[in-house]
Design a protein around this ligand. Structure first.
Ligand SMILES: [Zn+2]
Ligand SMILES: [Zn+2]
Length: 278
């Protein structure tokens, strides 16, 4: 019933727990998950998950926070994107959060390499006709500008994709939607102090919305602060259902159909595994 559109399961500490996590997913009716790659070095493990289990898929990309790792070329990404069960490019984007503490006091101008890396991913996505999984934090203006500069305006030839773990304003959401992108909400939408985000989640059209856990981070209430895993994605769906006055099943159905349309390039009718109450 539910689809976790963004999780990180290839971390070594997770691999031992995988059987338990998959059991918990089944019990929670989380049928499917997209396993997100953050370095070329870990791509092999991420891809192995997607080839071992028919309800996992993989992406290829290098996260904007990762330094001292192999820098991807367009070709590196395109080649891996052509492998079976690799359905998207990312996560990629820009992260200007915590310039002092996290980026060693560098300036935004110093992060030109991040912007170059982002452009590389966009070009690879367009070349391989795969959608982008976009991470943007404290950098929404540049993220939107670079997408536009690279031709991502929702028109012909656009790769499209999703703004994952959305925490920005309604205005940024509107711009992303105008460019033809989906918006994905994580467990943050359940946090007490996230009313601004609930307001955004109330406004984003259901047909442009995805849900995710971003496991192992950002566990939703009531598990906030604990290790997250895909079986918790229904808590995100429940919050969205509540604030929009919808049935939980409706949010599950719509976000899963959106996943099909965006990542599997399938019509919603292909999603035969949903059981709606009649
Ligand atoms: Zn991210
Ligand atoms: Zn992530």
């Amino acid at each position: 019933m539910f689809t976790d559109s963004h999780c990180h399961l290839a971390m070594p500490e997770f691999l031992d727990q995988l059987p338990g996590i998959r059991q918990a997913m089944a019990a929670a009716q989380v049928d499917r998950a997209l396993c997100i790659c953050t370095t070329l070095e870990e791509f092999g493990q991420v891809h192995a998950l997607a080839t071992a289990y028919d309800n996992f898929w993989a992406t290829v990309g290098v996260h904007p926070d990762n330094e001292g790792v192999q820098e991807p070329s367009v070709d590196d990404l395109v080649r891996r994107a052509a492998l079976p069960r690799v359905i998207a490019i990312g996560e990629t984007g820009l992260d200007y959060y915590g310039m002092e503490e996290r980026k060693g006091g560098r300036s935004i101008a110093d992060l030109e390499w991040q912007r170059e890396r982002f452009r590389t991913h966009i070009r690879a996505a367009r070349q391989s006709a795969r959608p982008l999984v976009i991470h943007t934090r404290s950098a929404s203006a540049d993220t939107l500008a670079i997408l536009r500069e690279e031709g991502e305006d929702g028109g012909a030839g656009a790769a499209g994709g999703v703004f994952h773990c959305f925490t920005e304003t309604a205005e940024v959401a509107r711009s992303a939607l105008e460019l033809g992108f989906y918006i994905s909400f994580s467990g943050i939408v359940t946090f007490k102090n996230a009313q601004h985000l609930r307001d955004v989640a109330a406004f984003v059209p259901l047909e442009s919305m995805l849900i995710e856990t971003d496991s192992p981070y950002l566990a939703p209430v009531p598990y906030r602060g604990k290790q997250n895993n895909p079986s918790y994605v229904p808590f995100v769906a429940r919050q969205i259902a509540e604030l929009r006055g919808l049935a939980l099943e409706e949010v599950a159905r719509a976000t899963s159909a959106n996943f099909d349309r965006l990542f599997l390039r399938a019509e919603p009718s292909a999603a035969a595994s949903f059981h709606l109450p009649s």
